[in-house]
Design a protein around this ligand. Structure first.
Ligand code: SF4
Length: 148
């Protein structure tokens, strides 16, 4: 399986929480899988429709995190209140994965202040992320998915 990823990219999260909401030039859509909504609801005791709305045309994601003042409803200052069970899309940031040319390609968002800092990420880092995504999706869904 062909896996492409940005070479020699450095990344170290600065815990700035910029990825947890909208920026001045871009809205942030935090999409969730059905099972992630269930996990969060169970762990927090909050009813799903209090923190997500339905999302169409974003399959395999069927839900979108609600925001308050442009920020994820689970953000408390700069801290994530559901960090341990945060959605895959948050775990992936500032990277995203696309199906491309018969393989998978990791792309990077240059909006993230953590890019260019810390250690160079090697192939193992991206392989671990790919494995995480593979577990989150059924293999059939993974092959259909174009971006997650
Ligand atoms: S924007 Fe980048 S550096 Fe800031 S919290 Fe998100 S991943 Fe970390």
């Amino acid at each position: 399986m062909k896996l492409s990823y940005p070479r020699k990219v450095r990344f170290e999260c600065q815990r700035c929480a910029k990825c947890c909401g909208d920026s001045s030039h871009r809205g942030r859509n935090i999409l969730l899988l059905d099972k992630e909504v269930g996990q969060i609801s169970e762990a927090t005791g909050v009813r799903p429709l209090s923190f997500v709305s339905h999302s169409s045309g974003t399959s395999p994601y069927h839900y979108r995190m609600k925001k308050r003042n442009g920020k994820c409803v689970f953000l408390d200052g700069k801290a994530c209140r559901i960090y341990r069970i945060r959605p895959l899309i948050c775990r992936f940031y500032p990277f995203s994965l696309r199906k491309k040319n018969g393989g998978y390609t990791f792309e990077v968002s240059d909006d993230c202040p953590g890019i260019g800092l810390g250690k160079v990420l090697d192939r193992k880092y991206f392989e671990r992320m790919f494995k995480m995504a593979s577990h989150a999706f059924a293999s059939k869904a993974l092959s259909r998915s174009t971006k997650f």
